[in-house]
Design a protein around this ligand. Structure first.
Ligand SMILES: *[C@@H]1O[C@H](CO)[C@@H](O)[C@H](O)[C@H]1NC(C)=O
Ligand SMILES: *[C@@H]1O[C@H](CO)[C@@H](O)[C@H](O)[C@H]1NC(C)=O
Ligand SMILES: *[C@@H]1O[C@H](CO)[C@@H](O)[C@H](O)[C@H]1NC(C)=O
Ligand SMILES: *[C@@H]1O[C@H](CO)[C@@H](O)[C@H](O)[C@H]1NC(C)=O
Length: 659
């Protein structure tokens, strides 16, 4: 073929030379135009000033080659979200005369930029995509943001922005994604947000907003994802949400909404992930879920729902997690629920369920919380399935010598009538080093016991001698890995006992400690905490917030308790709380409860809930008349329990090291 061509071309070599020359000229011309294409000068000034103020620059030699930002990675096929390309821009160069480029995308992601949103940002008028998440941006979200009307994505989550949300946001009519979550804004949502009818995804969890949701938001009919947990939203949970029929994900936990959930939520048939929690008033039923058969996660926790549990769960063939805990749901356990092969996590604790356990259970259902109900009857054979986490604390099971060894020991001391040592107490004080794998005597003279049993989604542990116990339920949602015990080698301020704070038990839902067989009377209960997870520095990781409630003997002692706030804003600083509480019926219960508040996802998804480092109780105003020693002959089993506990704790520590 080549030979043939050459033979044909050769006789016409003169004109070929001309043709080739002209072709080359065109090529050079194109090259020249390409080299001449420059970024709009006002955008260059703006970009250099913005990044200069933030102390950031283009990756050397990769873009901004020879001083023009729209070069290299900014205009070639390099992936915009590639981790090497950060800060990143993308440009669009005019195709008409090929001389002007405009910056259309800007991303400064997780670089711990400290500073304000610079006013030069308003000169990047061609931006369609702006992502500034995970920095430490302070000050307001400026009103000029409303001039960037080409924006389709505006994402500024996990920063420290404050002040009101500007109503000018309502000018961004092309917006498809709005991410403002985990910031320190205040005031209500601007009603102008209702103009953003192209919005598909809104992330505004933990953004600081409050007040009623504006009725104009009814217009956002394209929404597929809404995260709106942990704000101070008030008023009725809006009915119009039921008209957002494209919704796939809806999260509204930890607000101050009034119930009930109205029946038009039943229109949301596309939902795969629904989490509503912490409604302040009752009246919700469960009828509205009956057509939501695509659900894989359904969380309706702590909503004052009074209804009978539906019996027909067979249709929810994708359901992986069901959490209806902390309501007032009645009826018997549905067989169809326990036979769902998709289901891995079932939380039905703290309701009024009655009857007995189903005789069959799908072998893939391995996390089952049925604590605090009215269940009774015999244990079916599945309760001893290997790897099953099953919490049956605080029900009406009758457990005697014939069936006490089927489940981890001590369950009989944690049934509703609390029979262990009832009326014949033998203890008068205890100390617990939460999550600790060796006991220690602290400077207050209290001996803090080991507490390293491997308790996860639905588990309990009762000490040998039935002196104290711990029960935990809950699943760290969306976490790729997690441990229910955390440990650190940090040194702690404001304490003589640093070691006491180097481990803590964490809980994504509910963590209860119990004193058993205590002599009745007033006790001094001492709870010790320190925040370990969030650093104090001006970094995006520091904007995480942990918030939970504390009940003792069923009475609310602390609402929205924030360890770091109590420590004057410092992490790694001890916080001690003491309470005088009565012990009656020889039983003490200390309950750490997550009510949907605090951030969900700093430093990664699944960081939230309660944390406690140490617990102790001792007589407040009486002299004990009991030995405070376990009954004789109970120490042999103790060793086995400890050995298992230590192995489990080692496994947990492995996880923490990865983190
Ligand atoms: C940036 O925009 C502001 C407001 O529109 C304008 O006054 C200023 O001249 C612009 N700066 C540049 C460098 O063009
Ligand atoms: C681009 O390069 C010029 C000249 O070297 C420099 O002044 C400017 O700050 C750089 N801009 C960015 C965004 O790095
Ligand atoms: C729970 O529901 C039952 C039956 O509807 C009712 O009798 C009881 O008072 C409710 N309990 C609470 C705490 O609301
Ligand atoms: C334990 O066995 C007794 C009979 O010895 C029985 O009455 C009770 O229901 C059983 N409890 C469970 C939870 O199986």
């Amino acid at each position: 073929m080549m030979v043939l061509q050459l033979q044909i071309i050769f006789p016409f070599s003169g004109s070929c030379f001309l043709l080739c020359f002209r072709f080359l000229c065109v090529m050079l011309l194109v090259q020249r135009f390409k080299a001449q294409s420059t970024t709009d000068p006002s955008e260059v000034v703006a970009l250099n000033t913005i990044l200069g103020r933030w102390g950031k620059a283009a990756a050397a030699g990769k873009w901004n080659i020879s001083g023009d930002p729209c070069t290299g990675w900014a205009i070639d096929s390099k992936g915009f979200e590639d981790p090497d390309f950060n800060p990143a821009i993308k440009c669009v160069c005019s195709f008409v005369n090929n001389t002007v480029c405009h910056i259309t995308q800007l991303r400064v992601y997780a670089l711990d930029v400290v500073g304000k949103i610079p006013e030069e940002l308003q000169n990047l008028t061609y931006l369609t995509f702006l992502k500034l998440d995970q920095n430490y941006l302070t000050g307001p979200l400026p009103a000029f943001i409303g001039n960037l009307t080409a924006l389709q994505t505006l994402s500024i989550g996990i920063n420290a922005l404050s002040g009101p949300l500007p109503r000018e946001l309502g000018n961004l009519k092309n917006l498809i994604l709005l991410g403002i979550g985990t910031n320190k804004f205040n005031g209500s949502l601007p009603s102008e947000l209702g103009n953003l009818t192209n919005l598909q995804q809104v992330y505004m969890d933990s953004c600081g907003a409050s007040g009623e949701i504006p009725p104009t938001l009814a217009n956002l009919k394209q929404l597929t994802i809404l995260w709106a947990s942990d704000n101070n939203f008030t008023g009725r949970i809006p009915d119009f949400i039921g008209s957002w029929t494209n919704l796939i994900t809806l999260r509204m936990q930890g607000n101050s909404f009034q119930g009930p959930i109205t029946s038009n939520f039943a229109n949301l048939k596309q939902l795969t992930d629904l989490r509503i929690g912490d409604l302040l008033s009752s009246g919700s039923s469960l009828a509205f879920i009956s057509n939501m058969t695509s659900l894989s996660t359904l969380v309706l926790r702590n909503n004052k729902i009074s209804d009978a549990i539906p019996q027909d769960f067979a249709k929810y063939t994708s359901l992986q997690m069901l959490d209806l805990s902390f309501n007032n749901i009645t009826g018997t356990l549905p067989d169809s629920l326990f036979n769902l092969t998709s289901l891995g996590y079932l939380f039905l604790g703290n309701n009024s369920l009655s009857g007995s356990l189903p005789t069959q259970k799908s072998s893939s259902l391995l996390n089952v919380d049925l604590s605090y109900n009215k269940l009774a009857g015999r244990f079916p054979s599945w309760v001893s399935q290997k790897n099953l986490h099953l919490n049956l604390v605080a029900n009406n099971f009758v457990i005697d010598d014939s069936n006490s060894s089927i489940l981890p020991s001590g369950l009989k001391c944690l049934q509703q009538d609390k029979p262990c040592y009832r009326g014949s107490p033998i203890y008068s004080s205890f100390g617990i080093k939460c999550g600790g794998n060796r006991s220690m005597e602290a400077s207050d003279g209290v001996v803090y016991d080991v507490d390293n049993a491997d308790l996860t989604t639905a588990s309990y542990f009762v000490t040998e001698g039935n002196k104290w116990a711990v029960s935990t339920v809950g699943h760290f949602a969306d976490a790729s890995y997690f441990s229910y015990i955390i440990s650190t080698s940090s040194q702690f301020q404001n304490t003589l006992d640093t070691e006491l704070f180097q481990t803590a038990r964490l809980s994504p839902s509910s963590l209860r400690y119990y004193g058993i067989g205590l002599e009745d009377g007033n006790y001094n209960v001492k709870l010790q905490f320190a925040e370990i997870i969030y650093p104090d520095s001006r970094t995006w990781k520091s904007v995480g917030r942990r918030v939970f409630d504390i009940y003792i003997q069923g009475n609310l002692q602390e609402k929205d308790f924030d360890i770091r706030k109590e420590a004057g804003g410092f992490s790694d600083r001890a916080v001690v709380r003491e309470y005088v509480v009565p012990v009656t019926n020889n039983f003490l219960e200390i309950h750490f409860f997550w009510a949907g508040k605090g951030t969900c996802c700093v430093p990664t998804q699944g960081f939230y809930g309660a944390s406690v480092s140490a617990i102790s109780a001792s007589p407040y105003d009486f002299t004990s008349t009991v030995s405070n020693e376990p009954p004789s002959g109970s120490s042999k089993k103790n060793h086995t329990g400890l050995a298992i506990g230590i192995a489990a704790a080692v496994a947990s520590l492995g996880l923490i090291v990865i983190f």
